[in-house]
Structure formats: C-alpha cells, structure tokens
Design a protein around this ligand. Sequence first.
Ligand code: ASP
Length: 283
Amino acid sequence: MIIVDTFVNMIPKNAAAAFATGDILQIIFFTIFLAILSSTIGRDSETLTNTIHGIDRIMQKGIMAIMVIAPYAIFMLVTAIFMDLGFAALKALGKYAAAVLVGLFIHGFVTLPILVLIMGRYNPYRLFKALSPALMTAWSTASSAATLPVTMSNLENRAGVEGRIGNFVLPLGATINMDGTALYESVAVIFIAQILGIELTIGMQVVIFITASLAAIGAAAIPGAGLVTMGIVLTAAGLPLDGIGLILAIDRILDQFRTAINVWGDATAAIVIGHSENAIHEV
Ligand code: ASP
C-alpha cells in the first residue's frame, strides 16, 4: 500500500545515507528525533545547537548569493525552451496549461485567502503584500527551498508573525505542504489519460486525487520535482509512465506558478498556526 509505504519509508535505516541522497522526509524524521533527544540533555546540547544554527545561517547566505543571478538564468532557460519548440507546438498544450492555471488561481485567490481570513483572522490582501517578494522569488526560481529564507524573513518582518512560528512551519511546509504541486499532478495525469484515450472511472479519479496529494508530499522543494513524483500517480492509475513526455515541454512555466502557490500555502499555514499560538503582532 502506497500510503503505508510512505510512512514506513519515512524512518531512515541509515541517517547519513538519508542526508547523502537528499531524502527529505527521512531527514525531517531524523531531525525531529535528534531534536527531541537533545532537548533532554539540557546545556550539553548547546554546542550542537550553535553549530547547526551557524550552518543554517551559512546555507541561507549561500542560497541568497546564488539567487542574485537566478532571474537572468531563468530568463535564458525559458527563452531556450521557447526557441526549441516554437509557439505552434505549445498551442496543443494550451488547454491543459489553462486548466492547471485556473485551478491554481482559484486555490490561490479564493481557497487560501478564505483560510487566512477565517482561520488566521488576518487580512489576506495584507498578507499577499507582505509576502510578495517571496512569491516573486518562488515564481522565478521554481523552488520552495531556494525561496525559504525570503519567505521566513517576509513572514516575520513584513507580516508580523513571530520567528518561532515561521522557523518551524515554513521549512516543514516547504517540504511536505505542496498544494500547487498536488493540484497540478492531478490535472496532468487526467490530461495524459485523455490524450491517450483512456477512460477514467470515478474510482480511478479518486485514486489519482489521493496519490497526487501523497506524491506532492514526497516531492522535493526544487524545480521539476513534481514532474518526477508524478510517476507514482501514473503508476497508481495504471497509466504508462512515458505519458510524462507529453507535458515535459511546458513544465517549467507551470512549475513557476505551482511553486508560488506552494509558498503561499505555507504562509497560510503559518498564519493559521500563528493565530492559534497568539504569535502575530503589528509591524
Ligand atoms: N518546484 C516545486 C517547489 O519547489 C515542486 C514541484 O516541482 O512541484 O515547490
């Protein structure tokens, strides 16, 4: 069972191997375990905490430095894709892209703002403005992980949510909370089935919906990760894996939009938790 497997595979057999292969769920599991243990040894854990804090700061600085050239690099990447394909080839995929974008739009501008308003008691427009640098970074890098330092700083310094909330919710969210990716994978798999002339029963559509959500949890917060984990969904729905080739051409552009929604979803979660913890202040 894919659900059981996902949970069982979260427990690393070898923590070093999890870090070496970048298995994010295993790393998170190990980290939480390590944190719980180190919280039981009092001041003896200070050296480890300070070291990890230092490494974290260095990583954030490093990502920020790389990001300086990211917009130019991405411009060249997208231009190269367009030059390769020509605009006519993109037309065939137009409806599929429109379906993904409309879905993301509804989720980003209707569903999540309602949650921000009702469960977070926060003005969604204000949050949107505060998070705009992070959303633009997410859009241009197509990576929730690369955007993380910007999201954390925006949430704390521009939206007024205490750092302790963002420090916990955002890294976890960037890893497992991918609303945009789950939505995109469902639409993409249904599109592939339609192109291949395969009729999907309601039962199969429910399987797609559940496995797409799980596949999104498993996707890394880097460009194109959703495309890779979509294999899980295609297999579960009994569709051929090479169907992925059909949507490869425009994945980069859709990735940019779904990543922005992923980050927006993480910020929504942080606001909801921030409200429940009474950790939101005026800025
Ligand atoms: N690029 C996305 C992210 O970093 C993951 C995906 O490919 O859907 O959030």
